[in-house]
Ligand binder design. Structure first.
Ligand SMILES: Cc1cc2nc3c(=O)[nH]c(=O)nc-3n(C[C@H](O)[C@H](O)[C@H](O)COP(=O)(O)O)c2cc1C
Length: 218
């Protein structure tokens, strides 16, 4: 049964439109009780999964040693990625250069402090044989990622934040070996989790709906 932790009492639409990628506003000092995360995970487990298989697994890291291992692989991957991104921005500045640079600065900060974030949560899924399917993978990842996003939303409602990250997956096998994750369990997302500094997050600017909406065919 879910425990009763303080909630922000946001409407469903407020939670959905203000769950941002939080990096610089993660409170690295305030401890996060494991029970708050498991309480949010109870909500996440209500997400759909193909054939209701519920093949997901949640690896919650709170001890310094495993967090450091994951953070070091994350950083290695992040800085290679960031270097390529900076070169690409210099060669061909994106339309919204200011936003791109803000995201890069925020992401660099997260990479630098990753092991100081109170909890790192890896969402993973059981894959028979351990090999990802060659064809359509929507059925596989669609059985994990809705639950992982529900976790982010449930954390937001409880005053915590996270940022969806995937860069450590470059070293998925190494991380699996270090954490004892079986070969038949594949990782899909890493959520660094902390209370947020303030809870006033706003809807973000997005490309207008009409640029992506197709009614009755493309
Ligand atoms: C599939 C996916 C992978 C992502 N990987 C990373 C990552 O490795 N590191 C990171 O800092 N942010 C990562 N992000 C977060 C995006 O940068 C972020 O969602 C985007 O800039 C929009 O900002 P918002 O979430 O605050 O609206 C990822 C997001 C998604 C959906």
């Amino acid at each position: 049964m879910a425990l009763d932790f303080p909630h922000l009492d946001l409407s469903a639409d407020e939670v959905l439109t203000t769950t941002r990628s939080v990096r610089k506003r993660l409170d690295l000092e305030r401890p996060v009780p494991l029970e708050v995360i498991t309480d949010a995970l109870e909500v996440a487990l209500q997400a759909p999964s193909g054939s209701n298989a519920q093949g997901w697994h949640w690896i919650v890291l709170t001890d310094p040693e495993p967090k450091k291992i994951v953070a070091e692989y994350y950083r290695k991957s992040y800085f290679a990625y960031a270097e390529a991104g900076a070169a690409a921005r210099a060669a061909k500045p994106p339309k919204d250069l200011e936003t791109a640079e803000k995201v890069a600065s925020s992401a660099t900060y997260l990479a630098e402090v990753m092991e100081q974030v109170p909890a790192l949560v890896i969402g993973a899924i059981h894959v028979p044989g351990g090999e990802l399917p060659e064809g359509n993978q929507a059925g596989l990842w669609g059985s994990l990622l809705p639950a992982a996003w529900s976790l982010a939303l449930a954390l937001r409602e409880r005053g915590l934040g996270s940022a969806w990250t995937t860069l450590h997956l470059e070293y998925e096998r190494e991380v699996a070996e270090a954490l004892g994750i079986p070969e038949t369990v594949r990782q899909g997302v890493l959520l660094p989790v902390a209370y947020t500094k303030g809870t006033d997050f706003k809807p973000a600017k997005r490309a207008p709906l009409e640029t992506v909406l197709h009614v009755n065919g493309w």
